[in-house]
Design a protein around this ligand. Structure first.
Ligand code: ASP
Length: 349
């Protein structure tokens, strides 16, 4: 009996190892990012700016992809890609964040792990250098999901995260953007009358993003173990007031991940994304209606959102490595790298 068991084991072991390898190989590592959607057209872009955006998107993708390629987790890849964009003044996240009505930077970020549905977020923080890192700390080192303002900063400091003076986030371009918005007579009263904004509610009259540019950053990733993760980081919307928080730190609105469906990160006019529970709605359409990632993302971003007047887009990734990146604006900074070497960065439609 013993002799036979040994023979069986002898033949079975190599087969088991090979099938183990196949399991790992089945998950095609993939990463996708966005750097905001909005009224982004070739006409209002210079060749230099366009080049700078493509370069920054590529660098962020490579930072995240390197993690996946070395066998790292999708959450670590999300962190690496988003941190690159937080440090780039080109995007409305971290350094380069937009200014509030009080000429401050108040940052929001969130992450979600598709494996166990754990999530973390921070909102309205001004001293944490990397809000996405703080969101991960909330998820991994606290029993909570969302921390705001001073409390979130105290938590981050206690956990040893890098703290900065609020002036670190300042950029001249964003301050000038706020000045233009404040001077622009059309922003508050006339936006209401403009035919383009006929579907807006009063929510949109508190602030505006210059030319409707939403420069939030986000990332979705799939690692070799088949785990999905999503993250989003933002300065919110130019001229925001009264401690306004958008969709980016709200799990289910701006960020969602579930291994059985998809990972999603959104950018756009946050109020609409919160009310439409955009990221979760995409996942729910896959879960309950059996839609594909493309069908689900299109249904929400191209049909449901515009009906309510919600401008913006998402990046969405399923557990097979399929990517959908729909947006209902003129452009969205975006890109991806797949395990088979396929890669692209894009700006316009
Ligand atoms: N969704 C962000 C917010 O409403 C803005 C953006 O996407 O740029 O705060």
């Amino acid at each position: 009996m013993k002799y036979y068991s040994l023979i069986i084991l002898f033949f079975l072991l190599p087969a088991l190892t090979v099938s183990g390898q196949n399991t790992a190989q089945r998950h095609n590592i993939t990463i996708a990012i966005h750097g905001g959607a909005g009224n982004i057209t070739a006409e209002n872009m210079t060749p230099q700016k366009e080049k700078a955006y493509h370069a920054a998107l590529n660098k962020a993708l490579e930072a995240g992809y390197a993690v996946l390629k070395n066998g790292g987790s999708s959450m670590d890849a999300v962190k690496a890609a988003i941190q690159y964009m937080e440090e780039s003044p080109l995007f409305n996240a971290g350094k380069g964040a937009v200014f509030t009505n009080e000429r401050k930077n108040e940052l929001d970020a969130s992450v979600m792990d598709g494996k166990d549905l754990r999530a973390g977020a921070v909102a309205g923080v001004s001293r944490i250098k990397s809000p996405v890192e703080a969101a991960i700390a909330v998820m991994q080192q606290s029993p909570h999901v969302l921390m705001a303002g001073k409390g979130a900063e105290q938590f981050a400091e206690e956990k040893g995260l890098e703290m900065v003076d609020p002036s670190y986030f300042y950029t001249k371009e964003r301050m000038e953007e706020l000045d233009r918005v404040l001077q622009d007579k059309t922003t508050e009263s006339e936006i209401k009358k403009s035919p383009k904004s006929g579907t807006r509610t009063d929510n949109s009259l508190i602030f505006t993003n210059e030319g409707e540019k939403f420069g939030t950053v986000g990332c979705v990733a799939l690692d070799a173990d088949g785990n999905l993760a999503a993250g989003t980081s933002t300065g919110g919307m130019t001229n925001k007031r009264f401690g306004r928080i958008g969709d980016s730190p709200i799990i289910g609105a701006g960020t969602y991940a579930n291994n059985t469906t998809c990972a999603v990160s959104a950018t756009g006019h946050g109020e609409y994304f919160i009310r439409s529970v955009v990221a979760y709605d995409i996942s729910a359409l896959m879960e309950y209606k059996g839609l594909s990632i493309h069908e689900a993302a299109d249904e929400v971003v191209m049909r449901k959102l515009p009906q309510k007047g919600g401008a913006g887009g998402v990046i969405a990734l399923d557990a097979q490595g399929n990517i959908a990146m729909p947006f209902n604006t003129q452009g969205m900074y975006r890109g991806y790298i797949k395990g088979n070497g396929e890669r692209e960065t894009l700006i316009y439609k």
